[in-house]
Design a protein around this ligand. Structure first.
Ligand code: SF4
Length: 283
């Protein structure tokens, strides 16, 4: 089973994926692993705290009050996780304050989404406390793990809106992305990744209403429409990645000079002697 993130990596440059994953030219730095695990812990705690937070709402509140409540709760969770992991961060010489500043924008996104969601629901149905939690729809999950033996794919969806109804679980997945957005639509790798998540959710008997890539820097959610071509591209790319790992044949250079110019592996990638040596160690 392979991770969905490898599909977009393959789509970007198959050779780069090979250098990273087969020739092991890139070892994920420990600071990236530690930062990732703390962020995962924070989002997990935020999801777990949602029920008691919503149940504590006993009367009509303004959107601002709700947002302030979420921001306070979420920033406390983030601070507690940073303090809990302070020794690991100190070992890696990562400043606690810097880590907070860098992580807060993504956490704040969650505060805003959840406040908007709950406020809209209260305005419409005027219910509070336990009843509000019971009826609240959608409920929001973050870092939602999904896998399928059939598809031989697995992955973690950044955000999932879940609409429970008696017959089927309806969902809306979101991939959250920093960095530039294309003028229109979404980048091809993001489309592929989101398409794969839609297929995984459907395999897990959920009905996907819509799927989005949200570009955080411009605060815009752009829709990804599923169709048979995208489905085929997901499956073809999955097979190509599996073959890449099985056959261990190095792919040709990609045909986009801009990608190569900004590639951290460029020097090694173009060093024929080095590559031949590393390839010989595989056999
Ligand atoms: S230098 Fe170019 S061809 Fe080589 S791995 Fe990087 S992007 Fe791919």
């Amino acid at each position: 089973m392979i991770s969905v993130s490898l599909l977009s990596a393959y789509d970007y440059c198959a050779r780069k994926l090979f250098l990273e994953q087969v020739l092991k030219l890139v070892v994920v730095p420990r600071d990236v692993v530690v930062k990732g695990s703390i962020r995962h812990e924070v989002h997990d705690k935020i999801s777990k705290a949602e029920e008691s937070f919503v149940k504590s709402i006993k009367k009509e509140v303004s959107h601002k009050e709700l947002l302030d409540g979420y921001k306070k709760s979420h920033s406390d969770i983030l601070k507690q996780s940073i303090i809990k992991n302070k020794n690991k961060l100190a070992e890696l010489k990562i400043s606690l304050l810097e880590f907070f500043k860098n992580t807060w924008p993504l956490v704040l996104e969650e505060s805003k989404d959840r406040a908007f969601n709950v406020h809209t629901f209260i305005k419409k149905y005027k219910i509070y406390g336990d009843e509000l939690w019971k009826e609240l729809s959608p409920k929001i999950e973050t870092e939602y793990y999904v896998q399928s033996e059939d598809l031989q794919l697995k992955g973690m969806i950044d955000k999932l809106e879940i609409y429970e109804n008696k017959l089927v679980r309806e969902v809306v997945p979101y991939e959250l992305k920093t960095g530039s957005a294309p003028k229109e639509g979404v980048w091809p790798g993001h489309k592929l990744q989101t398409g794969a998540y839609v297929m995984l959710l459907e395999k897990n008997k959920m009905f996907v209403r819509e799927a989005f890539v949200k570009y955080l820097d411009i605060n815009e959610a752009r829709v990804v429409v599923m169709n048979p071509f995208l489905e085929k591209k997901v499956l073809d790319t999955r097979d190509a990645v599996l073959n890449l790992f099985k056959n261990k044949e190095i792919p040709v250079f990609c045909d986009n000079k801009n990608k190569c110019n900004s590639c951290p592996l460029k020097k090694k990638c173009f060093d024929e002697k080095f590559i031949n040596h590393r390839m010989s160690l595989l056999s």
